[in-house]
Design a protein around this ligand. Structure first.
Ligand code: CA
Length: 220
C-alpha cells in the first residue's frame, strides 16, 4: 500500500473509465471530431471534464469564465452542469476552433448559456473587471497560452468571489516542470506560477494529478 497517488497505466486507466465515465453522446462526438485534428491534445481528458462538471455543481456555481475554449468540450460540460440562469463567458482567439464549439453547443442545447468573446483573453478579462467588477464570478477555468498564465490567474482571481475557484490546466505539463533540464518559455511560465501558487496566501490550493495536472485555487 502507498500513500502516494496511484500511477495510471493503460489497464487501470481503462478500468477507471469503464466504471466512472458518463459521457453525453454529443460530448463524445465532439471529442471524437476533435481527436482527428492536429491540435487534438489541447482538449481535456473526458474524466477531467466530468470532474469539472461535478465541481461546478458542488460549488453551486452560476457565473463562470473559461480562458481558452478550443473546440468547446469543457465549456459544453460546464454549461450543462449550470442552473438554467447560469452562464459562461468563454474567451478564445480562434474563429475556426470556436466554430466547431458553437455547432456542438447548439446541438447540446447549451449555446444560450455561453457568451463567446473572440479576442485576446487579457483584454476580455479586463473588460469584465470594469463591467462587472471584482468578486462577480463563481468559477474560472484557465487553459490557454502558457506565457500569459500568470496574468490570466491574477485577473480570474480578482473576478471570482471569496469561496470561488480558479482552476488551472496543464500544471504538470507532461512532467517537464519536474525536469530541471527543460527550460523552454512555456515550461518556465508554468513552473513560476506553480511556485507562486504554493506560497499564495490568498488561496487554498490543491494540484490534482488528473489529465495533465489541474490546480484548484479556492479564493479565501
Ligand atoms: Ca489543456
Amino acid at each position: 500500500m502507498s500513500n502516494r497517488s496511484i500511477e495510471l497505466d493503460d489497464r487501470i486507466h481503462a478500468y477507471l473509465m469503464a466504471v466512472s465515465l458518463r459521457e453525453d453522446p454529443i460530448a463524445r462526438r465532439l471529442r471524437e471530431t476533435t481527436a482527428a485534428m492536429p491540435e487534438h491534445n489541447m482538449q481535456i481528458a473526458p474524466e477531467q471534464g466530468q470532474f469539472m462538471a461535478m465541481l461546478v455543481k458542488l460549488l453551486g456555481a452560476r457565473r463562470c469564465i473559461e480562458v481558452g475554449v478550443f473546440t468547446g468540450y469543457s465549456s459544453l460540460l460546464v454549461a450543462a452542469a449550470l442552473p438554467p440562469d447560469g452562464g459562461i463567458v468563454a474567451c478564445d482567439i480562434s474563429e475556426s476552433h470556436t466554430a466547431i464549439a458553437r455547432d456542438f453547443w447548439q446541438e447540446a442545447g447549451v449555446a444560450e448559456r455561453i457568451d463567446l468573446r473572440l479576442g485576446p483573453a487579457m483584454e476580455t478579462l479586463a473588460d469584465l473587471l470594469s463591467a462587472e467588477g471584482s468578486n462577480s464570478f463563481d468559477f474560472a477555468f484557465i487553459d490557454a497560452d502558457k506565457s500569459h498564465y500568470d496574468g490570466y490567474y491574477e485577473s480570474c482571481l480578482a473576478l471570482v468571489k471569496s469561496g470561488g475557484v480558479v482552476a488551472i490546466d496543464n500544471t504538470l505539463w507532461h512532467g517537464t516542470v519536474a525536469d530541471p533540464g527543460v527550460t523552454d518559455r512555456d515550461t518556465e511560465a508554468i513552473r513560476a506560477l506553480n511556485r507562486k501558487l504554493h506560497g499564495d496566501e490568498r488561496i487554498d490550493l490543491s494540484l490534482l494529478p488528473i489529465g495533465d495536472g489541474l490546480t484548484l485555487c479556492r479564493k479565501r
